[in-house]
Write a protein that binds this ligand. Structure first.
Ligand code: SAH
Ligand code: SF4
Length: 406
């Protein structure tokens, strides 16, 4: 059931902030077809374009070059032409926090914003483990939605990121981690044992990815491309608060793993926690999950469930949760609530999380509690951004200098 418009209006913040394209666009985020068009605009003959696109793709997405000069297989003349019309700019790290457990949180300034205006910034978090390294990427500046337990939801300013700004977060993180072929990895924290620092991507940063569908799709397909960044679709997870019509599209057009922010088992409570539920209630959401293209026991949907003390953490809730998900190939992720100043919720007691998780475990779901990582630096999503927004220009410069000299 969909409510009348006046009742759903507050569910989504509009209008969005305007994106001002830089005078010289960055090639980061260009698909193969867009690169071919860019070469066409430089009068590269059509017969050569496919080969040139392959070269650019390799230099940009496989090697991670930041300058056209280093593209040795490309003629000097074409390199100069490219540099005259395009850049390889990606988001810039303006603040970094490193946790005792090796988790890194970056505040990234998006490239090419208008001079004099306050540039837009997003957060990106790297979570290393012994076998894998996960990068948590943002899809919007702020978020169109306003889940009551989420700090990002309280941010007023919202703008969709371009595909380049989404892929650019991965590139900036790989720059910072020396995670390109021949790079030098960090020595001040855990890095996974394999060749790559970043092996997995989750779209769990700021924003609702399915409200920025086209850019997210293009960005994820670029990340998954085997001749470039080459992170398999099985290792890319898109998290959504439940934009039902775009769930099916995500399965069909992207084919990545899906995570759904469920957080409540009754519509009444979910309407409050995740107001988008008024538009797409639980039954419709779960129906879309059942029909998610490619879903199987080998490719399960992750259901995220934030543990809020006295709100959604009773044993009855746990039992209802496993009943609700019956028949859907699912994983359950219980997330301890990460409090932020002014939030009206508390994290469930550890004993209650254990009891809740036991019910879920007994129903056949393995290790359902997500260990909080980087608690000393993270606080909740969106907090690094708010913390630095409170700093004066001078303090921000100092913070920036600190990052640069490290
Ligand atoms: N907008 C998307 C993806 C970004 S949020 C979504 O909602 O799924 C990523 C995950 O973090 C979601 O499951 C979200 O509900 C959860 N989250 C947000 N704020 C949180 C907090 N303060 N503590 C714990 N989890 C939180
Ligand atoms: Fe947006 Fe996700 Fe936060 Fe909800 S939980 S406000 S959808 S970022």
């Amino acid at each position: 059931m969909t409510l009348p418009l006046q009742n759903t209006a507050f569910v989504e913040k509009t209008p969005l902030e305007r994106y001002v394209a830089p005078e010289k666009p960055s090639l980061i985020g260009f698909t193969r077809a867009q690169l071919a068009d860019a070469l066409g605009s430089l009068d590269v003959p059509e017969a050569q374009r496919k080969m040139r696109v392959q070269q650019l793709w390799h230099w940009i997405y496989f090697r991670g070059l930041t300058s056209f000069d280093e593209m040795t297989s490309v003629s000097k003349e074409l390199r100069a032409q490219l540099a005259g019309h395009f850049t390889l700019a990606r988001p810039e790290v303006v603040a970094e926090q490193v946790s005792v457990d090796g988790t890194r949180k970056w505040l990234l300034r998006l490239p090419g914003e208008v001079q004099g205006e306050r540039p837009h910034e997003v957060e990106c978090v790297y979570i290393p483990d012994t076998e894998r390294g996960t990068l948590c990427v943002s899809s919007q500046v702020g978020c169109t939605l306003n889940c009551t337990f989420c700090h990002t939801g309280t941010q007023r300013l919202v703008r969709n990121l371009t595909a380049g700004e989404i892929v650019g977060q991965v590139m900036a993180a790989r720059d910072r981690l020396g995670d390109w072929p021949g790079g030098t990895r960090p020595t001040d924290g855990l890095v996974p044992s394999g060749e790559r620092c970043i092996t997995n991507i989750v779209l769990m940063g700021m924003g609702e990815p399915l409200y920025n569908f086209d850019s997210v799709r293009d960005a994820l397909l670029i990340m998954a491309d085997g001749e470039g960044i080459a992170i398999s679709k099985r290792r890319i997870t898109l998290s959504t608060s439940g934009v039902v019509p775009n769930i099916t599209r995500a399965g069909a057009e992207i084919g990545c793993m899906l995570a759904v922010s469920l957080h409540a088992v009754r519509d009444e409570l979910r309407n409050e926690l995740v107001p988008l539920n008024r538009k797409y209630p639980i039954a419709e959401l779960l129906e879309a999950c059942r029909n998610y293209p490619g879903v199987s026991n080998a490719k399960r949907i992750t259901f995220e469930y934030v543990m809020l003390k006295g709100v959604n953490d009773s044993i009855d809730d746990a039992k209802a949760l496993v009943r609700l998900l019956k028949g859907i190939p699912a994983k359950i992720n219980l997330i301890p609530f990460n409090p932020w100043p002014g939030s009206k919720y508390e994290c469930s007691d550890w004993g209650q999380i254990e009891k809740f998780s036991q019910v879920v475990f007994d129903a056949g779901y393995a290790s359902p509690v997500r260990t909080p990582r980087g608690r000393d630096i993270l606080a909740a999503c969106g907090q690094l951004k708010s913390a630095t927004e409170k700093l004066s220009a001078r303090e921000r410069m100092a913070l920036r200098a600190m990052v640069m000299v490290e």
